[in-house]
Design a protein around this ligand. Structure first.
Ligand code: NDP
Length: 315
């Protein structure tokens, strides 16, 4: 009999049936993928690996013998914050396709700011015919916060498109063509030089609220912010204050403290804010399920567990 692998998606997921079908098909030669709510008591007790997608941590805790969980999401802050330290190991989705998709989004929205598109949209609305001064990519510095899988791919794509690129990470790093910083001093150094700041660090206890008024005031005057990581990393009140007094020029926000963004949020109407509905790098079903199937097959055949999250660091 093939082992049963539970699938535990978030309660509100509208994609659960699609994932269930895709994972079921891809893993069929090695395992039976079964939705959490259909597991028998025995299957709950014997499962040692589960596939999760931003699940309710209480559902994961209801599988007491899990050794590890494979996330379909790259961001696993809810699991790292709420699962006990001695709970199952957490494996994030590491899909090269996702890095490619994210770097495309970073390039697209960097170009949107770089080519003054928000301002031309306002000019059209106000029937203003006026050319703005054009800068070349070489004259713009883009600072990328986070040089992991997504940040590195994005920094390299920006650099290949002619931008001067700075990067920032927790530990010291070298990346071809990227000027790398680390530490608090490094952060202020990067912020002070960047025309566009792209946030791609994970949400951890260290990065929560990391960009507040002190850091935003430390940004170059007229800089724009692109947050593609997680909402709580950026203090939105401090951001709006910096936009309103003209210190920052624009913000492209794909992630928020509360998602979906509530209809009452002032961000919807703010002239200097572009709101996106968490779309910069969605998980691609086809490539992600192949990676998940490969990981789970290796575990079932040899007991090998893929590289997992460091619970002390939170990512
Ligand atoms: P990685 O774990 O590969 O990289 C994280 C990077 O952030 C590393 O360079 C790490 O430094 C750096 N970092 C972590 N903590 C700190 C800190 N305290 N100070 C400075 N740097 C820090 O993550 P990914 O690149 O795969 O993903 C980044 C995030 O993107 C995810 O956590 C997720 O939240 C978000 N995301 C958003 C999506 C969207 O659609 N909007 C889609 C997918 C992911 P070091 O290299 O030294 O370890």
């Amino acid at each position: 009999m093939k082992p049963v692998v539970p699938f535990v998606p978030e309660a509100t997921s509208h994609e659960r049936d699609m994932w269930q079908e895709e994972l079921g098909r891809t893993l069929a030669p090695y395992a039976t993928v079964k939705p959490f709510e259909k597991l028998t008591d025995d299957e709950r007790q014997t499962a040692t690996v589960a596939i999760v997608a931003n699940p309710d941590p209480a559902d994961v805790a209801a599988l007491p013998n899990l050794v590890w969980v494979q996330s379909l999401w790259a961001g696993v802050e809810r699991l790292t914050a709420e699962l006990p330290q001695d709970g199952p190991l957490i494996v994030r989705l590491a899909d090269p396709q996702m890095a490619d998709t994210m770097s495309e989004a970073v390039l697209a929205w960097t170009l949107y700011v770089h080519r003054d598109m928000p301002r031309y949209m306002h000019q059209q609305r106000d029937k203003v015919w006026q050319e703005q001064l054009l800068k070349t990519p070489q004259e713009r510095t883009v600072g990328v916060l986070g040089l992991g899988k997504l940040g590195s791919a994005s920094a390299q794509r920006l650099s290949a498109n002619g931008f001067r690129v700075l990067g920032w990470s927790r530990g010291e790093k070298t990346r071809d063509g990227i000027i790398c910083f680390h530490g608090k001093e490094g952060l202020f150094n990067l912020l002070g030089q960047s025309d566009i700041v792209v946030i791609l660090v994970p949400l951890t206890s260290e990065t929560r609220g990391m960009l507040g008024s002190e850091e935003l005031n430390g940004c170059k005057k007229g800089a724009a912010i692109i947050n593609f990581a997680r909402g709580p990393i950026l203090d939105v009140d401090a951001l709006v204050a910096a936009l309103d007094r003209g210190h920052l020029s624009h913000a492209v926000l794909d992630v928020f403290d509360e998602e979906p963004l509530t209809p009452e949020s002032p961000l919807w109407q703010h002239d200097k804010v572009t709101v996106l509905p968490h779309i910069s790098a969605p998980t691609i079903t086809g490539t992600a399920s192949m990676i998940v199937a490969r990981n789970i097959r290796a575990y079932l055949e040899s007991g090998r567990i893929p590289q997992h999250v460091d619970r002390m660091q939170g990512y």
